[in-house]
Design a protein. Structure first.
Length: 107
């Protein structure tokens, strides 16, 4: 995940960089594949991975929704196939965030 790599690189330079952050926005890429691959909790693990690299806790913002669509089918086509979400998709998105301490999910 890019955010974790960026945080690791910033930590190497100055662990106090988090003092200048209001929060951390992330895209939980590949987190929807838990259903396909039989691994559970990838969304929560994604958040824990990011938080563990921060020297101080910061609010988390999930700004991506595609992970929910890939929970039911592989992401082969882009855009057109993923422009519509069912109400249960949106509910899962917000409940995932609330349960895992995400402060905002503006997707």
């Amino acid at each position: 995940m890019n955010v974790v790599k960026w945080c690791d690189q910033l930590n190497a330079v100055d662990r106090n960089y988090v003092d200048s952050l209001d929060g951390v926005a992330f895209h939980p890429y590949a987190c929807g594949l838990d259903y396909i691959h039989g691994v559970r909790g990838l969304y929560a693990q994604c958040i824990r991975n990011i938080q563990s690299t921060l020297a101080k806790p910061k609010p988390m913002w999930c700004t991506e929704l595609y992970y929910i669509q890939t929970a039911r089918r592989r992401q082969i086509n882009h855009g057109r196939d993923f422009i519509r979400y069912d109400s249960n998709d949106l509910l899962r998105h917000f409940l995932d965030g609330i349960y895992n301490g995400v402060k905002a999910s503006p997707s």
